[in-house]
Design a protein around this ligand. Structure first.
Ligand code: CUA
Length: 324
């Protein structure tokens, strides 16, 4: 049986190899994520040491020579192992956890504010206007500057979602009717996958986006470029209106009439189609448009009642590809 346990451990170990990557809390790219990863490792090795100790005692109890019973002194053992030891360990963990928690929620005066609203199943991202930058509204993508503390204001438009960029920090629930805040910072450039972390319906698993951390000057260039509406002229626009797309989607510099779907201005620069459902390729875009994501993301709340014909798919795809 010890051999089986050892084998099990060997099988489980490669799991740790998955610790690095673009969607891993154990591959931290910022101070908040560092603290969270450190907490994780402290718990991992601490719990591992205690598990090893307990298993050692169990094995000793199982395999000791029954003729040579070394009786453990009951009362001191019970008080020591059952009361003093857990109290010390848990108190240390509470102090450690409280300090880490205080550290990662500390407010910063010069934080960049980004408002993120969860929808079934996509993300609305808003950079409020500041003294020297105009407002930017986008969807399913997030840009942030390296070395600048960011304060996310987190809300939901429908059900409970959860905002999580594992490599940078989080997660914090997005609760309807409530504003939560999350502070984090990227310490070096990179692209990280974020994922909704609270079950929110049929397409919860396909509610993701790519967070892109760039140097501060590159971020400022991006932000200024995003404030300029892309050209939306051409035959696609008439179809966009005739098919009713403009009822929900803002495009070019035009606001949406109803405003319930993702903003499509600058869509061509987004890394993904359908909030992380697929990479933003010409093929994926056309496949999405053909039935408004009904096959790529079944259950999507956008109207999927009709299939567009090939000419309309092409016209709308060209219009969106122009949104850069
Ligand atoms: Cu949104 Cu899960």
């Amino acid at each position: 049986r010890p051999a089986a346990c050892f084998l099990l451990l060997l099988v489980a170990l490669p799991g740790l190899a998955a610790c690095s990557g673009t969607q891993s809390a154990l591959d931290p790219h910022g101070p908040v994520a560092d603290s969270i990863a450190t907490t994780w490792w402290v718990l991992f090795w601490g719990a591992g040491a205690i598990l090893a100790l307990v298993m050692g005692l169990v094995l000793y109890a199982m395999f000791r020579d029954p003729e040579r019973k070394a009786r453990l002194p009951h009362l001191p053992f019970l008080v020591g192992a059952g009361l003093v030891f857990p109290t010390l360990v848990l108190t240390a963990l509470v102090v450690f956890g409280t300090l880490v928690g205080r550290d990662i929620t500390r407010a910063s005066d010069d934080a960049l504010v980004i408002e993120v609203t969860g929808h079934q199943w996509w993300w609305e991202v808003r950079y409020p206007a500041t003294a020297d930058a105009p407002e930017v509204v986008t969807a399913n993508e997030l840009h942030l500057p390296v070395g600048v503390p960011v304060e996310f204001v987190i809300e939901s438009a429908d059900v409970v979602h959860s905002f999580w960029i594992p490599n940078l920090g989080g997660k914090v629930d997005m609760i309807p009717g409530r504003s939560n805040t999350l502070r984090l910072e990227a310490s070096r450039p990179g692209r990280f996958r974020a994922q909704c972390a609270e079950f929110c319906g049929a397409q919860h698993s396909r509610m993701g986006f790519i967070a892109i951390a760039t140097e501060a000057d590159e971020f400022e260039r991006w932000r200024r470029a995003r404030a300029v509406a892309p050209d939306a002229s051409g035959p696609g626009l008439a179809r966009f209106d005739a098919l009713g797309c403009s009822g929900c989607h803002a495009l070019g510099g035009r606001p949406a009439e109803g405003g319930t779907g993702p903003v499509l201005a600058h869509f061509a620069e987004r890394p993904t189609v359908g909030a992380g459902a697929a990479a933003n390729t010409p093929g994926a875009l056309r496949a999405w448009l053909a039935d408004h994501g009904a096959r790529m993301k079944p259950g999507s709340l956008g109207p999927a009642q009709r299939r567009l014909d090939d000419a309309d798919v092409e016209a709308i795809a060209r219009l969106l590809e122009q949104q850069r």
